[in-house]
Design a protein around this ligand. Structure first.
Ligand code: SAM
Length: 320
């Protein structure tokens, strides 16, 4: 597996592989291929009958991976698709696979995406205000910034960026966009720099760019949708591992795992369960796994990472 150098250092890689691989001849789904860090490590760990199906909706990630992956795809051990991870069922059905042994997601941005100015993800690099991970989507961030109402902009900045200056920036953008078009990262950065004290600018700009990226890519909606679909596609004993970088994402993962482990919706005072909902998961990581201090030094992206793992359990009905 020879590959051109990737600037992306996979986060919590050892932990992911240790938690995820329960059968070295099993089938695994990597929903966020990126530069292939997890997929490569999975292939290394798996035996000859093991297989990885990997997707990414970013054309560039798929193009990059297809280069290093060709010997593995020829051997039938790896299959790469350009798709949203929410299309997992459709992708697996291409291979006539109805369930897999493990599923992994590493949501967020790859270093390749962040460091490419033309993608518009970084406030440090000039480029179009785009931030679509999948360039087949119609609206980019410049659409949000030039068309959304003050209330909606404020909500995006506050909810997805937890930025204290959300109301201020929303107000400023509404005013500024009547005077000029806001179509590049520099346009947005220049506006922010006029109103932010230099001391606070970098942190605020990072939060605002993160908020716009989450909004334009519908990241939380996709994660939630995926986690609802994927349980039916896991074999009993199979595991799902999700690495997230934002408290809102982590909350979605935590709550959906809990709902599968403890689905009963009966009132606490009802002595015997009436709803009949049966658990189909066991949470493996009681608390999220965080990067070690060594990893945080080597790879600053890992500082905010949280890994949560759950296992699918066989549903045993009392009447069966
Ligand atoms: C943090 S990177 C993954 C890095 C990868 N684990 C590695 O080690 O190289 C996240 C990747 O997920 C992709 N992605 C994000 N949301 C997606 C979605 N809904 N469907 C498919 N790919 C998605 C992004 O395009 C990006 O390439």
């Amino acid at each position: 597996m020879k590959s051109e150098p990737s600037g992306h250092i996979p986060v919590l890689l050892r932990e992911i592989i240790n938690f995820l691989v329960t059968d070295t001849n099993g089938i695994y789904f990597d929903g966020t291929l990126g530069d292939g860090g997890y997929t490569k490590a999975l292939l290394k760990k798996l035996d000859s009958h093991g297989k990885v199906i990997a997707v990414d909706w970013d054309e560039k990630s798929v193009e990059y991976s297809e280069k290093w992956a060709s010997p593995e795809t020829r051997r039938g051990r790896l299959s790469i698709h350009r798709a949203n991870f929410c299309e997992i069922k459709e992708v697996l059905s291409i291979h006539k696979i109805s369930a897999v042994n493990g599923i992994v997601l590493d949501v967020g941005l790859s270093s390749r995406q962040l460091d490419t100015g033309e993608r518009g993800f970084s406030h440090r690099l000039d480029g179009p205000l785009d931030m679509r991970m999948d360039n087949r989507m119609t609206d980019s961030v410049s659409h949000i910034v030039s068309k959304y109402s003050e209330k909606d902009l404020k909500e995006i900045f506050f909810k997805y960026g937890e930025e204290r200056g959300s109301a201020k920036l929303a107000r400023i953008l509404i005013r500024e966009r009547q005077r000029q078009t806001i179509v590049t990262t520099n346009d947005l950065v220049t506006i922010m720099k006029k109103y932010w004290r230099p001391k606070f600018f970098v942190k605020s700009a990072s939060r605002i760019f993160q908020a716009l990226r989450i909004a334009v890519n519908h990241e939380l909606e996709n994660l939630e949708k995926f986690l609802e679909i994927c349980w039916d596609l896991l074999l009993p004993g199979g595991r799902i591992a999700v690495v997230s970088y934002h408290s809102l994402e982590d909350r979605i993962v935590k709550n959906i795992y809990r709902k599968h482990q403890d689905p009963c919706i009966c009132h606490r005072q009802v002595p015997v369960c009436q709803c009949g909902k049966i658990p189909d998961a066991k949470i493996i990581t009681k608390k999220p796994v965080r990067a070690s201090s060594e990893e945080k030094i080597i790879n600053p992206r890992s500082r905010s990472a949280k890994l949560r793992v759950a296992e699918k359990i066989e549903i045993i009905r009392e009447d069966s």
